[in-house]
Write a protein that binds this ligand. Sequence first.
Ligand code: CU
Length: 150
Amino acid sequence: MKNIYVILIILIILTGVLFFFGMGKKAEAPVSTSDIMENGVISNNMPTIDTPDTKEALAIKEFVVTGQNFSFEPAMIKVKKGDRVKITFQNTEGFHDFRIDEYGVAAKQAKSPATEVLEFTADQAGSFEYYCSVGTHRSMGMKGTLVVEE
Ligand SMILES: [Cu+2]
């Protein structure tokens, strides 16, 4: 007979605990992160918010290339095939432009100080020269290499 009382008391306590937690959830579950960690139910839903994949797909490789008499800095840029590439060309000295013929990239010829942002998708693998097309600047060393790795 005592067992029935014990079971009843346990049931009453369990009901009380469940009720207490149920109220707690309704009141503050979505608010605090500590609740999310404690509640298996809520934390199980977290993987559905998967932003990392989307962010990676939209990633842009950004570079700042400066041009001066008569060089580019840096003289080499490496990206992976398929990358979206954003090059901010800053002409800091003289009259120059920035070109990559294979990608149809061409900044306007301009006197320093000048800045132009160039964007393209690196969809062909290989090594491509970027250069300044003003006068003989290219042969004077105003060039660099874009490496697109497979
Ligand atoms: Cu130049």
